[in-house]
Design a binder for this molecule. Structure first.
Ligand SMILES: NC(=O)c1ccc[n+]([C@@H]2O[C@H](COP(=O)([O-])OP(=O)(O)OC[C@H]3O[C@@H](n4cnc5c(N)ncnc54)[C@H](O)[C@@H]3O)[C@@H](O)[C@H]2O)c1
Ligand SMILES: O=C(O)C(=O)C[C@]1(C(=O)O)C=C[C@@H](O)C=C1
Length: 302
């Protein structure tokens, strides 16, 4: 049985448009309605045709929805939830795809009292944004983490889980705070490091910007892909997951200081031991099939 029949997507950028495309590919009988606050994005979405209907107002998008997914930056979740509150059917289920979960759950529950809110985070994406960047296979073989409130009905959580499984994702459930600590180290800190290293390189006066571009063949190039990620999205992620990110950053700085000391005092075996351990981490990620360097995942734009 289909988990939902009428899905509404608010925010038609990379993730929203990928969900719409994936629903069309995997559940073609489901009706997909979309809305975006940006008229240019609405026009692009209409032209690209991944929704059955694109509405000019958020209210019109949700009036007969049974599942609404907010796909806007984390800092815009409250405004997006407020914008649908009056027109939302009483039995609709509301979810989101935000990269941090504690503050988003609180914002959605405050805006939509009495509504079944089941937050989700598909751990899949690229550095690109906008409706042109989405693709239907984005969630294949990727985790989608659900962070339901403690009193959520099990049957509703299961419907949302089934929705994501139908899009090709593997579903895990966890508490919002735990999610935010795990993602702080696996996703948020890596982005912060990439933004820092690319920023530092481009600020260095003795290395001209053209040399940075010219010689960015290996490791630096990988960092520049991550550092090209959407500024609005990532500003909001860091501000919304402040405590967990600052905690992980503290640990990271301590480890960096230890490495600095090892280099200064020529402690090669300390460096060698660390690099051996990190190589094993990489190998186990590849063994678990979580490495996306192999399949293209639609990243033909590189
Ligand atoms: N990009 C990724 O890799 C990735 C992966 C997983 C989850 N996420 C999360 O998904 C969400 C969307 O990210 P994205 O990459 O699709 O961003 P995006 O910039 O491609 O799209 C976001 C869209 O939301 C619209 N929007 C903003 N405020 C709105 C509002 N109040 N009402 C309606 N529309 C509004 C914008 O106009 C834009 O078109 C974010 O919360 C992000 O944290 C992103
Ligand atoms: O592959 C990328 O470009 C991503 O940054 C994707 C990524 C990640 O860090 O893994 C980024 C943010 C999301 O919330 C989920 C996935």
């Amino acid at each position: 049985m289909l988990p939902f029949a009428r899905v509404t997507i608010i925010g038609l950028g990379l993730i929203g448009s990928s969900i719409a495309r994936a629903v069309k590919a995997h559940m073609p009988s489901v009706r997909v309605t979309g809305h975006d606050a940006d008229p240019g994005v609405r026009a692009a979405a209409t032209a690209l045709g991944f929704c059955d209907d694109v509405t000019d107002t958020p209210g019109a998008a949700v009036t007969d929805a049974d599942f609404v997914i907010l796909c806007v930056p984390v800092g815009a979740m409250r405004a997006a939830a407020d914008s649908i509150a009056l027109d939302l059917p009483i039995d609709a289920v509301v979810s989101d795809v935000g990269s941090s979960k504690g503050t988003v759950l609180a914002a959605l529950q405050a805006a939509l009292p009495g509504v079944a809110v089941i937050p989700a985070h598909p751990v899949a994406g690229t550095e690109r944004s906008g409706p042109e960047a989405g693709f239907a296979t984005l969630f294949h073989g990727r985790w989608c983490i659900l962070t339901p409130p403690e009193d959520a009905a099990e049957a509703t959580v299961e419907r949302v889980a089934e929705f994501w499984r139908r899009l090709g994702a593997e579903v895990e459930t966890m508490a919002p705070d735990h999610h935010d600590r795990v993602l702080a180290i696996t996703s948020h800190l890596p982005h912060l490091i990439a933004y820092t290293i690319v920023g530092t390189a481009s600020d260095m006066e003795e290395v001209t910007r053209s040399e940075v571009i010219k010689y960015s063949a290996g490791g630096f190039r990988d960092f520049t892909r991550i550092a090209a990620s959407d500024p609005t999205m990532w500003r909001d992620v860091f501000l919304s997951n402040k405590d967990a990110v600052l905690d992980m950053l503290q640990r990271f700085s301590e480890d960096l200081t230890a490495l600095q000391r090892a280099i200064r005092w020529g402690k090669g075996d300390e460096l060698f031991d660390l690099f051996t351990r990190t190589r094993a981490v990489r190998r186990s990620i590849i063994e678990q099939g979580q490495d996306d360097a192999a399949p293209d995942f639609g990243r033909t734009h590189d």
